[in-house]
Design a binder for this molecule. Structure first.
Ligand code: ADP
Length: 244
């Protein structure tokens, strides 16, 4: 099977400073890949290139063989790439159920969605998602009353409601309790059965829980790739982290 995502010799320069420097990366369909790297390594810029927020100065990014350069962010989202930012972006005065219903209807008018009857198939999708993200028991309370972890899961559910093939998830466990962290790992692993996922994360315990394959970024390039054990024992990785 061809890779779902290919980044080929991508450089991103900001006024001459290379946030990404000749970066090459490839990932197979169905993979759950974790990207780690010290602050300033280029992790955010890497996601920005994939979503079209930032254009490569050189090189090419391809999703399912399609060149992503010069594509608008909303076009790339429609191709099937969904991104979850670090801070949850849910509608706090709406319930988890309503938030998910809105996400299923992202292209429709928000108010029309709230005041029209939800079709049966969509209701089933939303109920299934509420169960997947573990919020079926809080489906009808305002999202403002959810914990930080529950809001993160709701936002992951909202992304999944848009049926992306590739999910980009930025630091999903920052600020979560140990139990919430473990639950987030279980959620991502269950989503990985039907999606390709890239997770950026600093919490190494969490990375160990979810990752089969880890990519380490450093100074805008891939420093090394491998299992968590391989990566953690790589002298280059040890040097980069201890040298911080
Ligand atoms: P990470 O997410 O790994 O911490 P980033 O991708 O945010 O790294 O940043 C990589 C480097 O590029 C950093 O040194 C950062 O200061 C720089 N950088 C990122 N965005 C910009 C920008 N818009 N203008 C100038 N420099 C930037």
């Amino acid at each position: 099977m061809p890779p779902i995502l290919e980044i080929e010799n991508v450089t991103v320069s900001f006024d001459g400073f290379k946030a990404l420097n000749d970066l090459t990366f490839s990932m197979a369909e169905g993979e759950l890949r974790v990207i780690i790297g010290p602050n300033g390594a280029g992790k955010t810029t890497f996601l920005d290139v994939i979503t079209g927020k930032v254009q490569p100065t050189e090189g090419q990014a391809r999703f399912k063989g399609k060149d992503l350069s010069k594509q608008a962010e909303h076009t790339i989202a429609r191709l099937g790439i969904g991104r979850k930012f670090q801070t949850p972006r849910v509608y706090l005065n709406l319930t988890p159920r309503e938030n998910l219903e809105l996400s299923c209807n992202r292209d429709k008018n928000v108010f029309a969605t709230l005041f029209t009857k939800t079709p049966a198939a969509e209701k089933r999708t939303v109920s299934g998602l509420l169960e997947t993200i573990g919020l079926d028991h809080k489906a009808d309370v305002p999202a403002a009353l959810l914990s930080h972890g529950e809001k993160q899961w709701l936002e992951i559910g909202m992304l999944v409601a848009q049926s992306p093939d590739l999910l980009l998830v930025d630091e999903p466990v920052a600020g979560l309790t140990d139990e919430e962290t473990e639950q987030t790992g279980n959620l991502l692993m269950s989503l990985a059965e039907s999606h390709s996922i890239i997770v950026i994360e600093h919490d190494m315990e969490f990375v160990r829980q979810i990752a089969r394959q880890v990519t380490v970024l450093h100074q805008g390039s891939v420093l090394c790739e491998g299992t968590m054990d391989e990566v953690q024992n790589d002298p280059r990785v040890i040097e980069v982290y201890l040298g911080q």
